[in-house]
Design a protein around this ligand. Structure first.
Ligand code: ZN
Ligand code: ZN
Length: 366
C-alpha cells in the first residue's frame, strides 16, 4: 500500500485549539474520513474523542489488530458496543458528575444515534453541534498531501490514452468504464473515486450519467469523467471526446465550454472567492447564449473525499488560499442533444494556481 507521512499530532493540535475556543470539553468525531484524517485509521467502524489534551479512539473487535497498526497519537479502546456509545461510557467513567459539553458532527450523526449517545452520557452533560472545523482544516493541504494528491492525479491522467483506445463504436459504455477501472487497479489505484461516467451521444446531455449498456455511437460527444484513489487521496478529471468528425456547431459548443473552463481557471488565486471563480465560467457561457445549459456548479474541493470543502455554491463566499486543491469543471448540456464538460484539478499557490491535470484539453476526435 502506498503511504505517506502525516503529522497527526499537528492536525489534532489545530483541532484542539478550536475545541478550546469553542468552549467545548471535547469533540466526538464520527465521520470516518475525519477520523482517518486525525489519526490514520482506515476501517469502517470508529469514532475519535478529541479532548483538550489527548485523543481516545474507539472501534470494535474486528479492528483490534488494524487499529494497533494504523492509529497514531490516540489511546485505543476496543469495545463490544458501537464506537460512539463506547465514547459516551468512557466520558461517564473519566468525567463522572462534571457538566460535560460534548461537540458532535451534526452532518455525520443520525437522529437515532444522537439520542442513543445522549442517553449514554452522564447526567448534566450536553451535546452541542460543532462547526465543521475538521472540514475547514482539510481544505488546506500540506506539502505531503499535495504530493500525494498529485500522484493520484497523475495516475488518473495516465489512464486517459487507454480510455481513448477503448472508446470506439459499437463498444458499450459499461465496457469502456470496466476497462478503464481494470487498468486503474492494475496501475496501482486502490479503487475509483466514484463510479466512472461514460456518457455518449445524446446521453452526454446528462451531467451525471452512469455508464450504461448503450453502445458508443458512430458520431457524437462522449463525456468521460473519472478518478482514482491512491493512499486514500482522490483524483477527478473530465474530458469530452468526439467520435467522428464534429460539425461546426459541436466544435463551437466545445470551444465555449473550454473558454469557460480557462476563464474560471485564470480567476483562481488566493484571496478570490469560489463564487468569483464560478462567475468567471458562467459569464463566458452566458455571452455565448449557453448560460441556461450550465446547470451545476463550477467545482469542488478534492482530497480524502471526492467532494469536499470548499463547495462552489453560486454565490459561494469561501476564499481561496494557497494549499487548496479544487476542480474547475464547467459544462453545458442541451437536453436530448448533447453535452460537454471539461474538468481539471488545480492547486492554489502563493502566486496563483497550478493546473495539476496533465492532459490536453483540445477536442480529441476518435
Ligand atoms: Zn469529475
Ligand atoms: Zn468533479
Amino acid at each position: 500500500l502506498y503511504t505517506f507521512k502525516v503529522n497527526y499530532a499537528a492536525r489534532q493540535a489545530s483541532l484542539q485549539n478550536q475545541i478550546e475556543s469553542g468552549h467545548l470539553h471535547a469533540l466526538l468525531v464520527t465521520h470516518l474520513t475525519n477520523v482517518r484524517y486525525l489519526c490514520g485509521f482506515t476501517g469502517s467502524s470508529a469514532s475519535l474523542l478529541v479532548l483538550e489534551d489527548r485523543c481516545v479512539f474507539f472501534s470494535d473487535g474486528r479492528y483490534t489488530e488494524q487499529a494497533r497498526q494504523e492509529v497514531r497519537n490516540a489511546k485505543i479502546v476496543i469495545a463490544a458496543k458501537s464506537p460512539f456509545t463506547a465514547a459516551a461510557e468512557w466520558i461517564s467513567n473519566h468525567q463522572p458528575g462534571s457538566p460535560f459539553v460534548l461537540g458532535i458532527e451534526a452532518d455525520h450523526l443520525t437522529v437515532s444515534e444522537r439520542s442513543r449517545l445522549a442517553k449514554a452520557l452522564p447526567r448534566r452533560s450536553r451535546l452541542r453541534q460543532a462547526p465543521n472545523w475538521i472540514e475547514k482544516l482539510r481544505m488546506v493541504k500540506d506539502a505531503d498531501e499535495i504530493a500525494q494528491i498529485r500522484a493520484a492525479v497523475n495516475l488518473g491522467a495516465s489512464l486517459f490514452p487507454h480510455l481513448l483506445r477503448s472508446t470506439h463504436p459499437p463498444e458499450k459504455e459499461v465496457d469502456v468504464a470496466a476497462e478503464l477501472e481494470y487498468a486503474a487497479r492494475k496501475s496501482g489505484a486502490e479503487g475509483m473515486s466514484f463510479p466512472t461516467i461514460i456518457a455518449s451521444g445524446k446521453r452526454s446531455s446528462l451531467p451525471h450519467a452512469r455508464a450504461t449498456n448503450a453502445a458508443i455511437p458512430k458520431s457524437g460527444f462522449v463525456v468521460c469523467d473519472f478518478g482514482v484513489i491512491l493512499a486514500g487521496c482522490c483524483s477527478d478529471m473530465t474530458r469530452t471526446v468526439h467520435v467522428g468528425r464534429p460539425g461546426r456547431a459541436a466544435r463551437e459548443f466545445y470551444a465555449a465550454v473550454l473558454e469557460a473552463q480557462q476563464a474560471a481557471t485564470a480567476a483562481a488565486r488566493p484571496g478570490v472567492s469560489v463564487g468569483e471563480v464560478d462567475r468567471a465560467a458562467r459569464i463566458v457561457l452566458q455571452r455565448r447564449g449557453l448560460g441556461k445549459y450550465f446547470t451545476h456548479s463550477t467545482g469542488h474541493g478534492v482530497g480524502l473525499e471526492i467532494h469536499e470543502a470548499p463547495r462552489f455554491a453560486a454565490n459561494g463566499s469561501e476564499i481561496l488560499e494557497p494549499g487548496m486543491i479544487i476542480t474547475v469543471e464547467p459544462g453545458a448540456y442541451i437536453p436530448g442533444k448533447y453535452g460537454v464538460r471539461i474538468e481539471d484539478m488545480i492547486l492554489i499557490t502563493e502566486a496563483g494556481h497550478e493546473v495539476l491535470t496533465p492532459v490536453s484539453k483540445e477536442l480529441f476526435t476518435i
